[in-house]
Design a binder for this molecule. Structure first.
Ligand SMILES: Cc1ncc(COP(=O)(O)O)c(C=O)c1O
Length: 411
């Protein structure tokens, strides 16, 4: 078909066009996909059938007779679940269901961020957030992490420094519970210190908690939202990591002061009803039995990945053993630029996330990569890591031993 020339008509400031999708790579270590074996298909089918048979006629109304905050039984489940697991005391009317937590991030940015504003983030953080903040014209300041998450001494110094320059940041964005990409968990003491600093400087905290259900031993610190005495925290969550990302169901927990503003921006007449109804039916009876099985499957895959990296890369790949989640954040030798590894790896069928895209300090991200281990099978993890080691050695000369065989001798 002949194509119409939209270019002279396009609105200014659009992001570049996306490339066409050509399918997943054979060895797919990118994105935040979940484990196909642990999507609770039978339970979702039953839940959807039951709820549609019972309440399907409510589809006749926008908002399912539950109002603009989303399907009420799902919000009621969340209020109970967040209380039990994260210590959050809220009722269903303090929860807004969104189309994934990405929409939640858009709404937060929408009400708070204008071009030129400053936002504080972890120095290594979620690319989806960095991209959004860049598009909103925000100035992003990264605070270093250590093994216990964001460093509070560094946050205090950052806030003091901004104050000296008369800059009041719009918010502190944090992924405190199984951080993306480092998988660190912010300790309770640090959560309290973050709240103290935030209050002292009059800065709200955006707590992005979408991996909190995926801690191997099931024990998590209370949410920052739960520990707050003075408000000023917006809590974001998602079913993407605990059930399935394609459902596109996330949520925001906040006071009405913030929720009412975000609702006025959420001009989509409600997020998809079938997925909300299905989750609202499935979760009260099954969430608690489903999640430990998922965690077990993910932990097993992580072990396969760490074994494969140790075998194929030896000491050239450094990483901590994460306490949960779906990602391994890997440091390769300084000589390796993972952005330059990305293309040849893809050509060999291996998709990796280069570290620079997950870092505010590009130099720090340069020789790091993020590997998602949830989606590939155990066999694909082993074969993919072996293939990646070959490409890395070809391009950068490391690792010089693969599977403990000296590479010169092999050639
Ligand atoms: C930290 C973080 N926040 C938000 C999201 C978005 O998730 P979703 O929109 O699927 O809920 C992701 C996805 O990977 C993430 O890692």
């Amino acid at each position: 078909m002949a194509s119409f020339d939209y270019i002279p008509l396009l609105a200014p400031g659009l992001p570049p066009p996306v490339a066409r999708w050509n399918g997943f790579a054979q060895y797919n270590f990118i994105g935040g996909h979940n484990d196909p074996a642990h999507v609770p298909v039978a339970g979702l089918v039953k839940a959807m059938t039951d709820v549609l048979n019972r309440e399907g006629s409510n589809l006749a109304t926008y908002g399912l007779a539950s109002g603009p905050l989303g399907y009420r039984p799902l919000r009621e489940f969340l209020a109970k679940k967040l209380n039990r697991t994260a210590g959050i005391v809220c009722d269903a009317d303090e929860i807004l269901i969104t189309s994934g937590s990405l929409q939640a991030l858009d709404l937060v940015n929408g009400i708070l961020v204008a071009p030129g504003d400053t936002v504080i983030v972890e120095q290594e953080t979620y690319q989806g957030t960095l991209v959004r903040l860049a598009r909103a014209g925000a100035r992003v300041v990264g605070v270093p992490l250590d093994r216990d998450g964001m460093r509070m001494d560094a946050l205090a110094a950052t806030l003091d420094d901004l104050k000296r320059r008369n800059v009041r940041p719009k918010f502190i964005y944090t992924i405190p519970t199984v951080q993306n990409p480092t998988s660190t968990i912010l300790s309770e003491a640090r959560r309290l210190e973050m709240l103290r600093l935030a209050e002292q400087h009059g800065v709200p905290i955006i707590e992005d908690d979408c991996y909190a259900d995926l801690i191997w031993d099931g024990r998590r610190p209370p949410a920052i939202y739960a520990l707050s005495q003075h408000g000023g925290v917006i809590h974001l969550g998602s079913f993407s990591k605990s059930i399935a990302p394609a459902l596109r169901v996330g949520y925001i927990v906040a006071g009405w002061d913030a929720l009412s503003r975000m609702l006025s921006l959420k001009a989509d007449a409600g997020s998809g009803a079938l997925e909300q109804m299905t989750l609202g039916e499935y979760c009260p009876a099954h969430f608690d039995e489903h999640v430990p099985q998922l965690r077990k499957g993910l932990r097993a895959k992580l072990e396969t990945l760490m074994d494969a990296l140790n075998e194929q890369f030896g000491t050239a790949a450094e990483f901590d053993d994460p306490k949960g989640g779906i990602f391994l954040w890997v440091k390769l030798p300084d000589a390796v630029d993972t952005m330059k590894l990305f293309q040849p790896a893809l050509a060999a069928g291996i998709a990796i996330n280069p570290g620079v895209e997950w870092a505010t300090d590009k130099e720090r991200g340069k020789s790091r990569m993020r590997l998602c281990f949830a989606n590939p099978s155990h066999e694909a993890i082993r074969a993919g890591v072996a293939a990646l080691a070959e490409v890395c050695r070809r391009e950068f000369g490391v690792p010089d031993r693969i599977a403990n065989v000296e590479q010169q001798a092999r050639a």
